[in-house]
Design a protein around this ligand. Structure first.
Ligand code: HEC
Ligand code: HEC
Length: 420
């Protein structure tokens, strides 16, 4: 395809993105700030729990460093959510990566590993995540050589994720359906449905994690509590091993208000504002030209600039959650379509999306990008330019457009990225 033809398609694409995402008349911009509650003044008045007092308490739970009596381990990665979600404030990302491994069967399908522990006397079956820490040496996991599909994954920002949770699944599916037409067939995001733990496994459009492996923040909180910290909870009631275990399950405590820690983690994440843009830099001519280039060369086909959340009162998460006023009909600027793509960087791991997703990753949301120095799913890229050049696969045509820009234009586009 000639560059002019691609540009034309991409221009039409830009218009289509606006049409697909459709900004409802009542929608307003989501408030944006790093780790600030959605509405300080709102002391629980409309019953959605986003008061300053609950926010402070829930943030405290997210920041709490737990120990063995509280349920840490037997295998774990860190002692508190905040250990990996703290840049530039509680709930952000971090330089921390975690490890996943597995192998392929004769038909080329990804298979989860079985990891022997305790000198082979015990093992941890059917789990691609390998924990880097344990409460005793006997429980330490070590990767067998035969598990030769290996990936590191960087910690993700959770600020603003309540808005992401409040996006109607159909909105994501519509973005996916429009992409081939926007890109001459080159780009086709994959929408997957994943089980919601608190709705008994009812499925919903996945949007969280590098593989879109979760659709709800409560499900992710439960998953993170068991997988990152080894704390059993009401949706994940059993540890991966009993080697050195002294506690009884579930280890997640119930507070005087009837809430578990996982409920507090979810409520904290739902009560955060969206990551803010650097408005001073965004007002410069270079950043504005860069923003136009970002859209005109097609970055915005995947890194979607604006999405509107479902209206307040919409029942989501398989019936388990109702979108509160603070999250409903809000325009967010996540710079992601929350869909899976093959951009040539796939890590080979399969989670909830089936074998076709082995080499796909969720479009990295670019909000908060300026707070990160290590980039891409494996944290192995250190400049914005190199992150762009690392894209291949579905993004090849768009990256060719980037390569064809002048040095000045490339710098303007990167200045725009520095505003995010
Ligand atoms: C050892 C580091 C570590 C700890 C501790 C940790 N996380 Fe994470 N978190 C990650 C990584 C890495 C990812 C990306 C995982 C993936 O998709 O493979 C992630 C992703 C997430 C996401 C998805 C964000 C998005 O927008 O897609 C949520 C939500 C989350 N974590 C919540 C929590 C909660 C709640 C806790 C505490 C119970 C926690 N995490 C503890 C490292 C950590
Ligand atoms: C086909 C969809 C697609 C297109 C087009 C695309 N990207 Fe991406 N982008 C992705 C995916 C998927 C990732 C995550 C890849 C990974 O981590 O291995 C990503 C990651 C990134 C990252 C790293 C973010 C981080 O937090 O580590 C940056 C920066 C980025 N893209 C910028 C751009 C720019 C600028 C363009 C246009 C020149 C562009 N992308 C075009 C899908 C796309």
């Amino acid at each position: 395809m000639t560059r002019r033809k691609l540009s034309l398609i991409l221009c039409i694409a830009g218009m289509a993105v606006l049409a697909v995402v459709g900004i409802a008349q009542t929608a307003t911009n989501a408030p944006a700030a790093f780790a600030t509650p959605l509405d300080n003044a709102q002391t629980g008045a409309v019953g959605n729990g986003f008061s300053a007092a609950t926010f402070t308490a829930d943030m405290g739970a997210f920041m709490n460093e737990e120990d063995i009596p509280q349920g840490i381990g037997p295998t774990f990665n860190a002692r508190g959510c905040v250990d990996c979600h703290m840049q530039p404030n509680v709930g952000g990302s971090a330089q921390v990566t975690e490890l996943r491994v597995g192998h392929l069967d004769g038909a080329g399908n990804f298979v989860n590993p079985t990891i022997p522990i305790n000198d082979g006397a015990n093992s941890i079956p059917n789990r691609s995540l390998v924990n880097d820490r344990s409460i005793c040496p006997q429980a330490a996991e070590r990767v067998p050589g035969a598990e030769n599909v290996r990936a590191t994954r960087s910690s993700l920002n959770v600020l603003g994720d309540g808005f992401v949770e409040a996006i109607d699944s159909n909105t994501l599916n519509n973005i996916a359906n429009a992409q081939p037409g926007q890109s001459g067939g080159a780009i086709a995001g994959q929408f997957i449905q994943v089980p919601v733990a608190e709705a008994g496994g009812t499925v919903r459009g996945g949007r969280f994690g590098w593989k879109n492996q979760q659709a709800s923040l409560l499900s992710f909180a439960s998953d993170a509590y068991i997988n990152e910290m080894g704390v059993t909870n009401r949706f994940a009631p059993t540890d991966f091993t009993t080697v050195c275990k002294t506690t009884t399950d579930p280890e997640d405590e119930t507070g005087p208000d009837g809430l578990n820690d996982i409920d507090r983690f979810a409520r904290f994440m739902r009560a955060t504002q969206a990551p803010p843009q650097d408005t001073a830099l965004a007002a410069t001519a270079d950043a504005q030209t860069g923003a136009n280039l970002f859209n005109s060369i097609g970055c915005n086909i995947c890194h979607v600039t604006s999405i509107t959340t479902a209206p307040a009162g919409t029942v989501i998460n398989g019936g388990a959650f109702t979108v509160p006023a603070a999250l409903g009909s809000k325009v967010i600027h996540p710079f992601s379509d929350f869909l899976l793509h093959n951009v040539g960087t796939g890590d080979g791991i399969v989670q909830n999306g089936g074998q076709a997703t082995a080499n796909k990753l969720r479009t990295a949301p670019l909000w908060g990008l300026r707070t990160r120095d290590r980039l891409m799913h494996d944290n192995a890229t250190f400049t914005r330019n190199e992150a762009i050049l690392r894209h291949g696969g579905e993004a090849t045509g768009v990256i060719n457009n980037y390569q064809a820009l002048s040095t000045t234009q490339k710098n303007q586009l990167i200045t725009f990225l520095q505003t995010l």
